[in-house]
Design a protein around this ligand. Structure first.
Ligand code: SF4
Ligand code: MG
Length: 327
């Protein structure tokens, strides 16, 4: 399929009292039309910041996109005016978050919140917008849509609110839906239902999905393609089956071996020994070297390039480079 989004050497930094954090450090990857791409990694690896950079919702200061391009349908989003970007947001590119309660406005009815983008982006009349809203509420699997239309967010369960967020996100038929940990705050049964719903919708609407998750179960169920991030960098990417069958990077191998801690909602679910490096002083090295059982001299001195080592499969690790093999 054709490329819909291409991140090219994206750099997003945050100024902190301890120094500059390179939250997104030279990140490049593409999302193809109609594809579900999962970005996976631990808390703080840069996956949410990558998505927020695309939406241009980085809080500045302290954050700033300092380099790179984000090409969407041939245009660099980073060069668009604020006005053009706000026209794309919620229209061609929509986003759903982990906590639907904090993204829904508690003082407005569900109906008002679903019709708003239809009025703003699509110029529908109030009557058309209401009819479309009822359709959308039905599409996301909520019974008695007329009643829900007049309800307030607090009258709905967490799972229902996430369904409403999906309805709002899909209201303008976006080409890209960004979902940042959309099921993390929900209990396991509801999680499964929301994932089913998203798969179902993707099948019907051919929306590309950029799904951010720390949960490899979600990856296995949802992804066509996987990007693994570590300390602000892409360290591996591959089609989902290839990645699960043949993980190349020692970090990815560790993720696949590690067992998640059941019923723990923090993102630190993995039992790979060691700590994520201090993001303020990442040096010219492999950022995983302190935790890697295969660490060689070159790993402490040079950052490995992200390169193709199998069909559609890229890895950033000296084990797969001539210079590493020589050690
Ligand atoms: Fe381990 Fe070296 Fe590969 Fe980094 S580059 S993952 S330290 S072997
Ligand atoms: Mg996050």
């Amino acid at each position: 399929a054709k490329e819909l989004v291409e991140f090219r050497n994206l750099e997003t930094h945050f100024k902190t009292s301890a120094g500059t954090v390179k939250a997104v450090n030279d990140v490049s990857f593409s999302i193809r039309e109609g594809e579900t791409l999962c970005v996976v990694g631990e808390s703080g690896c840069g996956k949410s910041v990558t998505a927020m950079s695309l939406m241009q919702l980085i809080e500045s200061p302290p954050g700033k996109i300092v380099g790179g391009e984000i090409i969407f349908e041939g245009k660099d989003l980073l060069k668009l005016s604020k006005k053009d970007m706000s026209r794309l947001r919620g229209n061609e590119i929509a986003m759903i978050f982990q906590e639907p309660m904090s993204s829904l406005n508690p003082v407005f009815t569900i109906g008002k919140q679903i019709t708003e983008p239809l009025l703003y982006h699509l110029g529908m009349t109030q009557k058309e917008a209401k009819a479309r809203a009822i359709e959308l509420i039905t599409m996301v699997g909520i019974p008695r849509p007329e009643k829900i239309y007049d309800s307030y967010p607090h009258e709905l369960s967490g799972g229902m609110r996430q369904r409403i967020m999906i309805a709002i996100a899909l209201s303008c038929n976006p080409k890209l839906l960004i979902a940042d940990e959309p099921t993390t705050a929900l209990d396991v049964t509801i999680q499964a239902q929301i994932l089913d719903l998203m798969r179902d919708i993707k099948g019907k609407m051919n929306t590309a999905i950029m799904m951010i998750t720390h949960d490899l179960g979600v990856v296995a169920e949802m992804a066509d393609f996987v990007v693994v991030m570590y300390a602000g960098k892409v360290i591996e990417e591959a089609p989902v089956l290839e990645l699960f069958k043949n993980p190349q990077h020692p970090y990815t191998q560790g993720l696949l071996k590690a067992k998640p801690v059941i019923n723990q909602r923090q993102e630190r679910l993995y039992s790979i020994p060691g700590q994520v490096p201090n993001p303020v002083d990442l040096g010219d090295n492999c950022h995983f070297h302190d935790r890697c059982e295969f660490c060689m001299e070159i790993c402490k001195a040079k950052t490995p390039p992200l390169r193709t080592h199998a069909d559609g499969h890229k890895t950033a690790c000296w084990l797969y480079e001539e210079e590493g093999k020589a050690q």
